[in-house]
Design a protein around this ligand. Structure first.
Ligand SMILES: Cc1ncc(COP(=O)(O)O)c(C=O)c1O
Length: 462
């Protein structure tokens, strides 16, 4: 079957309140055309993020009931630890309330001023945490990883010769190399096993530890099984175990492939690092057997990690993203190629070429999707990454203007995603009528979260 059907049935439903175009127009005006500020219950299909938005299974809900809330030595921690040790293979397991705290603890323990932390592409919290600890965060993805029309199968790969050079030229300055699987900031593109092995070999040659940013490890391992010679037929779980065995540790936001709404962890082999991090953990998160989570959260993560490598689930999950992408491609809607594991990215510059980057073409499309169809995506372009350079004051124009439609795990049915596809196709058809936007109120940092905007009246043709 080209697109597998849902490998689950629905036991609990969350009713969605229908809203009219007029109501949504009013909410948009109140929100200053900023989709982070519209009330979520006015949204029919929310594709803002795949993080923390998964539907838990009946077994995860049941696991909550057996959560052990003991402050120290909780039974739930030991289950959590044993599931993670079995899958990831690392000796020390440190729970955190989400992925960015794992990053914060790791970098603050090992980064010294002037350090360099390479990655294929740092996710924004990873970059920010490395930099606040005093490091330079370096992106070393292969060149095709930055080309939206390139149809490479492993566009998340590390540029290993470049990494080798960086490590040779900066001896003693690189405390860790990170490898993000899948590469979220590069469109959810996977890293091949061969590339992870080559990265690990170079790290070993230079005696630098390798850590995975493992948020979407199961989706990455599914792509390895499906696309990489020598891996078809191997269980995804085994691929994951072999992949993690190449490294020395990982950071993880369980809000993605942990199939939960909150949680994360750090795992590693180095006992000195683990001890230093645990001391800080107790200061800022909580005792080492809960680290900022409830016992029931630890249970839900342990159960989620045992479910996420189920291949019927992964086949459906990745198939659902691909089906939406193919519906759009068949109708001529320009998207980033090939579709990644967790989202479809619309190429806003190609959809609305009449709107200059300074008038946020991606935001114009995102606004139209919400106003006309009740769908929320997120602009990843000039609104998110543009603005005046703090050093020079010059306007920064990012390479790409995108709208990301991130698909929450096990949440929406195929009919709902077909509705998303039809709606995007309609917005694309009517794109020449879309109006650009201008900022009426903006914050100096991370302005996309709080900025207020208004539509710019269409230019009257001469
Ligand atoms: C690749 C990657 N790393 C780290 C994080 C941070 O995780 P969290 O949101 O749990 O702090 C994210 C979240 O989206 C991510 O995609």
């Amino acid at each position: 079957m080209r697109f597998p059907a849902e490998p689950f049935r629905i036991k609990v439903v969350e009713p969605l309140k229908p809203t009219t175009r007029e109501e949504r127009t009013a909410r948009l005006e109140e929100a200053g055309m900023n989709l982070f500020k519209v009330p979520a219950d006015t949204i029919y299909i929310d594709l803002l993020t795949d993080s923390g938005t998964s539907a838990m299974s009946d077994r995860q809900w049941a696991a909550l009931m057996v959560g052990d809330e003991s402050y120290a030595g909780s039974r739930s921690f030991y289950r959590f630890e044993s599931v993670i040790r079995d899958l990831f293979g690392y000796k020390h397991v440190i729970p955190t309330h989400q992925g960015r705290m794992a990053e914060n603890l790791l970098f603050n323990a090992i980064v010294t001023p002037g350090a360099i932390v390479p990655n294929n592409i740092h996710f924004d919290t990873t970059r920010a945490n490395a930099e606040q600890a005093g490091a330079k965060a370096l992106d070393l993805v292969v060149p095709e990883g930055l080309d939206p029309s390139h149809r490479g199968l492993f566009k998340g790969n590390m540029d290993v010769p470049r990494l080798d050079r960086v490590l040779a030229e900066n001896k003693g300055k690189v405390p860790v190399v990170m490898l993000t699987i899948t590469n979220n900031s590069g469109g959810g593109q996977p890293v091949s096993f061969a590339n992870a092995r080559a990265t690990a070999d170079v790290c070993r040659k230079h005696k630098v530890p390798l850590f995975f940013d493992a948020c979407r490890f199961a989706e990455n391992c599914w792509f390895i099984q499906q696309r990489e010679a020598g891996w078809s037929g191997k269980p995804v779980r085994q691929i994951a175990q072999e992949l993690f065995a190449l490294g020395d540790g990982c950071t993880m936001s369980a809000k993605k492939d942990g199939l939960v709404n909150i949680g994360g962890f750090l795992a590693m082999n180095d006992s000195q690092w683990a001890e230093k991090i645990t001391q800080r953990l107790i200061l800022v998160e909580g005792f080492s057997t809960y680290g900022g989570l409830a016992g029931r959260d630890l249970e839900a993560i342990a159960q989620g990690l045992t479910e996420v490598t189920d291949e019927h689930y992964l086949e459906f999950r990745i198939g659902q993203v691909r089906r939406l992408a193919e519906q759009l491609m068949d109708a001529g809607v320009p998207i980033i190629q090939p579709p990644g594991g967790h989202a479809v990215y619309l190429d806003a510059r190609a959809i609305a070429p009449h709107i200059p980057p300074s008038q946020f073409p991606g935001q114009a499309i995102a606004v139209a999707l919400y106003r006309d169809y009740g769908i929320r995506g997120v602009e990843i372009g000039s609104l998110m990454f543009g603005g005046p350079d703090p050093a020079t004051g010059e306007e920064v124009v990012p390479a790409l203007e995108l709208v990301r439609l991130a698909i929450p795990r096990r949440v929406y049915t195929e009919a709902q995603l077909a509705y998303v596809g039809d709606s995007v196709i309609e917005v694309h058809r009517g794109a020449t009528a879309l109006k650009g936007l201008r900022i009426t109120h903006g914050a100096p940092f991370l302005r996309h979260f709080t900025a207020a905007l208004e539509e710019v009246p269409a230019a009257v043709p001469a």
